[in-house]
Design a protein around this ligand. Sequence first.
Ligand code: BEZ
Ligand code: FE
Length: 248
Amino acid sequence: MTPDEWAAGIGFLTATGQKCDAIRQEYILLSDTCGVSMLVDALANRKSGAATESTVIGPFHTADAPEIPLDGSIASAGKGAPLLVSGRVTDSAGAPLAGAVVEAWETDGHGLYDTQYAVRDVPDCRGYVRTASDGRFAFRAVLPVEYSIPTDGPVGDMLRALGRASMRPAHLHFKIAAAGHVPVVTALYVDGDPSLDADAVFGVKSSLVARFERHDSADDARRLGLTPPFYTLAHDFVLEPALFPAAV
Ligand code: BEZ
Ligand code: FE
């Protein structure tokens, strides 16, 4: 390393720290875009068998997601193309987990999380449901769309210098928790998204690519109180037993 290269490295790391504030965490973004976050996650969250794999939580999870009733909506009206999400939460042996928490958060149809708007009176495009006695859950959402990670800081400079893309493929984040089981932070990625193989933060795993099926039938939409097109996503989550169970 030459003295100039050394100084440039110090300058880059200093600028990364200076870009951080109470909301913006440029160092985590640097970790994400270097693949470090996914590596730490992979080492900490080894899964066996059919257990649902984890992925990065990202900077847009909040602690104020509201509980919504089964079949309710995590998105307010007009936030994007309607999406019906359903599935089951089971243990590794396929037994249903009743009362499991299925939390989801996502972008709206503009590719923005609620926390990215100047005004955020209430949480939107985020919420959680509890599974029924047969482990089933269902809620309404909107079709998530792909978006760029923030590129107005040193991480953006790094991506441009390396000729790397800044996009994340469209995805729906999940946090699944059930008493006596290891919780999982994960996401489902929209099959067919052009950025699946070029995720800026390396978060995609093949087991997490899911079919968000498009429906154009006006009759089906009307029966559901929707306008076409609408989308459906069906996915089951599998949790492993916890060695040291914690309350949920
Ligand atoms: C996200 O998926 O929300 C995300 C993850 C890592 C960096 C930026 C965004
Ligand atoms: Fe995200």
